[in-house]
Design a protein around this ligand. Structure first.
Ligand SMILES: NC(=O)c1ccc[n+]([C@@H]2O[C@H](COP(=O)([O-])OP(=O)(O)OC[C@H]3O[C@@H](n4cnc5c(N)ncnc54)[C@H](O)[C@@H]3O)[C@@H](O)[C@H]2O)c1
Length: 385
């Protein structure tokens, strides 16, 4: 036992020592709100990273953030533009602004020749995503989208199962999960206002649910979408006993459902919720010609399930099911997401979560919103970049 612990200790030391600290990677953080704190904590663990600049449009916010996370020597700015204009020596930025500022800030950073880690969702609309990708292409810089569940061994297992051929040809995927009560307003209203959030549950957690399923089946392109969105809870003052005024500000969706036809004859049955009179939209399912996979209802964002995956198939004339054992939950997903960005910068590598995949995710979100607005099925076309 003692010997095993000793070996583990060696392994950890070895991993830390393996990081080349001879040249520090210079990172800026744009938007110093809630999630920027998780970026800061992860970056603070990296001996080869220096956070050199912070920007927030709310006066004093970047300074408070600098104090909280020990970035005393970081230069402070009152906008992304000011930071990018002044900082000529940046290796990368983490863009942690609210959703409607993702596209302008990412385009700005790429146009300044800076590598970008962009928080999820990619953007609010497909048009914005395409504009960001044009800037990415013109700059030749790294653009990676902040989907930390991709780092989870349990999430990766879903893709491995599909790729193993165990399910046969996949023809139907169903999203599950969602929240009974979970409109995100812990630090104000930036998630729920149209001007800042831009898109609600659909973009906020729907993008994770889509990534889990579409990533597993190779991100087939969407062809058509029929969408539904509602806001019955978000617009109800009774939902916020201590802040009834939030109901007036609510300008996005709190529930969404849809049916999407994908290339390759696969259909996606989608649902997601910030709030509803139900505990969960259910488990996620992947149906194939040889077997089906049940993925327990999950919040998606942390990349973990509390129950194992189950495979259903037929052996001889018997229907059978078996479970895929869970791997231990990984507390370092956020660190790994940031580490992969820093490593790509250092090695001239590529994005771990590339825009070429996430633009498909965005096109589906966009198609569902358009269809819901128009009240009919819409076609989805993703322009070439
Ligand atoms: N990956 C995750 O697990 C995770 C979790 C929570 C939030 N998020 C995502 O992170 C993003 C931010 O969420 P949050 O909860 O931190 O929001 P927040 O409102 O707490 O913080 C956003 C900050 O960006 C600042 N900002 C806006 N535009 C700016 C600009 N042009 N230049 C500089 N600063 C600007 C705002 O003033 C605010 O302080 C959202 O897109 C959200 O979806 C990701």
């Amino acid at each position: 036992m003692a010997k095993a612990a000793g070996l583990d200790a060696f392994k950890e030391n070895h991993e830390v020592e393996a990081i080349d600290t001879s040249k520090k990677v210079k990172i800026g953080i744009i938007g110093t709100g809630w999630i920027a704190g998780s970026h800061a904590e992860a970056l603070n663990e990296m001996p080869d990273v220096e956070v050199v600049a912070l920007a927030d449009i709310v006066p004093g916010k970047a300074a408070d953030f600098a104090k909280e996370f020990g970035f005393e020597s970081a230069r402070l700015y009152d906008s992304d533009e000011a930071l990018l204009e002044a900082e000529k020596d940046l290796d990368g930025v983490c863009i942690c602004t609210y959703n409607t500022q993702h596209a302008p800030c990412a385009i700005n950073a790429l146009n300044h020749g800076v590598n970008v880690m962009l928080e999820k969702p990619f953007t609010v609309t497909l048009d914005e995503a395409i504009e960001v990708m044009k800037a990415e292409k013109a700059s030749g810089k790294i653009l990676t989208i902040g989907f930390q569940p991709r780092m989870s061994a349990n999430m990766q297992m879903i893709k491995k199962i599909v790729e193993s051929g165990e399910l046969g040809d996949v023809y139907y995927i169903q999203a599950g999960g969602g929240r009974r009560r979970g409109i995100p307003t812990p630090f104000g209203t930036t998630f729920i206002e149209k001007e800042t959030g831009g898109i609600g549950a659909l973009g906020d957690i729907g993008c994770y649910s889509l990534d889990m399923l579409l990533g597993a089946v190779g991100y087939p392109k969407p062809l058509t979408a029929t969408g539904y969105i509602s806001d019955f809870f978000g617009k109800d003052p009774a939902y916020y006993p201590t802040h009834p005024e939030y109901a007036e500000k609510f300008g996005v969706d709190d529930f969404a459902a849809g049916f999407v036809r994908l290339e390759g004859g696969i259909v996606l049955d989608f649902r997601i919720s910030w709030a509803m009179h139900m505990d969960t939209c259910g488990d996620a399912l992947i149906l194939g010609t040889k077997a089906g996979l049940r993925i327990p209802s999950t919040d998606c964002w942390n990349g973990e399930f509390n129950k194992p995956l189950t495979i259903y198939k037929t052996l001889g004339d018997q229907t059978v099911e078996y479970q895929v054992p869970l791997k231990p939950a990984d507390p370092k997903l956020f660190y790994k997401k940031l580490r992969s960005f820093v490593d790509a910068i250092k090695t001239g590598g590529t994005a771990t979560v590339p825009s070429s995949e996430i633009v498909i995710n965005q096109a589906i979100l966009d198609g569902l919103v358009r269809s819901a607005r128009e009240g009919k099925e819409v076609t989805i076309e993703i322009p070439e970049v």
